[in-house]
Write a protein that binds this ligand. Structure first.
Ligand code: MRU
Length: 352
């Protein structure tokens, strides 16, 4: 378990670790309304697909708890409004939409309860989503570490760690589990321009855990692969289409192409809640475009000419053909494709 939590809920208040300020300042932002929760997702106080999902679930619970209505029907209407607001915060990570739908289903299934009972049920569900996330990441870690050999150097991109989840992480969960299994691994962390999640968050998590980490700028990854410094690549995901095409932080696709060129295994670590079975291929995944300022400035210092044209997609899509395997809490899907993913899905549905 990591020392610092991305989110803490207590008595109607959701405290979110302000990830924009890490690793320099450790500060929490307090949210007491669903709108405040939504703003924190939009402004990336909290980020990372599973953390966004759990935060949105608490946003829905807080929306219910702060409602003054005495009628279940109007509570459900207010929940729809909260859902609409939260859905509008970030478009790519499907865990956001998944968690909101899960909360709305609880409201639908329990509409016979009193207002207070329903509020409690919704809070219980948010806690369940958060608790499950930690357990799921542990399972991903234990499947994933088996793919890592003693002494490997593992490259990761962005931050798919404890900060991007409720705890432990997906890609960094695999790395943590390999370390716990005594594999004496090393990590290379891409800095991940423009938002620097690798430099600010992944490097910080690894230093905290005393896992040997080397920070590189994104354009050094190809060279590091070419000279044999990287044995495996493990990254997270924001949305996985039914055929295995995977959206993740911008720069992931380029890494997958380089990995293919150099014969390096390229793994995605993600929970089943990151799969979007409603879309056939990655072409349908909405890609968030963020402010040009993220590219023209670094920490408020302007580094580009005034008025320059900027393109700032926050994510890209890696085609499934470039992915060696997807590591989930239900096992590893090697050479993922629509057929194998459908088979795992039906196996899960039978188990549940
Ligand atoms: O823009 P971000 O920081 O929310 O993007 C995060 C990523 O791309 C992560 O790799 C992904 O969400 C997986 S987190 C376990």
């Amino acid at each position: 378990m990591s020392d610092v939590k991305s989110l803490i809920y207590r008595d109607g208040e959701l405290k979110l670790l302000d990830q924009r300020k890490l690793p320099i300042i450790t500060e929490f932002i307090s949210c007491r309304t669903y709108q405040e929760v939504g703003e924190c997702i939009r402004e990336m106080v909290v980020r990372g697909a599973p953390a966004i999902g759990a935060t949105a679930a608490y946003g829905m619970a807080i929306g219910a708890l702060t409602s003054e209505t005495q009628e279940v029907s109007s509570l459900r209407e207010e929940l729809e409004e909260a859902a609409e607001y939260l859905r509008g915060t970030r478009p790519t990570a499907v865990n956001l939409f998944w968690a909101i739908e899960r909360m709305l289903k609880v409201a639908e299934k329990n509409s016979q309860l009193s207002v207070d009972e329903l509020k409690n049920k919704l809070l219980e569900e948010a806690h369940q989503i958060a608790d499950d996330d930690i357990e799921i990441n542990r399972r991903i870690g234990s499947y994933g570490e088996k793919l890592i050999a003693v002494g490997d150097t593992v490259l990761t991109h962005c931050n798919a760690g404890a900060l991007a989840t409720v705890d432990y992480g997906t890609a960094l969960g695999v790395i943590r589990a390999a370390q716990e299994a005594g594999k004496e691994i090393k990590v290379f962390a891409d800095e991940t321009r423009p938002y620097l999640q690798g430099a600010r968050l992944t490097a910080w998590e690894m230093v905290q855990e005393q896992i040997p980490v080397t920070l590189i700028t994104d354009n050094m990854a190809g060279h590091a692969m070419k000279i044999g410094r990287i044995q495996k690549i493990v990254v997270g995901a924001d949305r996985i289409a039914a055929n295995g095409d995977t959206a993740n932080k911008i720069g992931t696709y380029s890494l997958s192409v380089l990995a293919k060129e150099h014969g390096i295994p390229f793994y995605i670590a993600a929970p089943i809640s990151t799969f979007d079975f409603t879309i056939k291929t990655g072409e349908e995944i909405p890609i968030e475009e963020r402010s040009s300022r993220e590219v023209t400035h670094v920490f408020d210092v302007q580094i580009a000419p005034e008025g320059v044209d900027v393109f700032n997609p926050a994510f890209d899509v890696t085609p499934h053909e470039n992915i060696t395997a997807i590591i989930t809490e239900y096992g590893v899907i090697e050479n993922p494709d629509a057929e194998k993913i459908a088979a795992l899905r039906s196996q899960i549905e039978k188990e549940v």
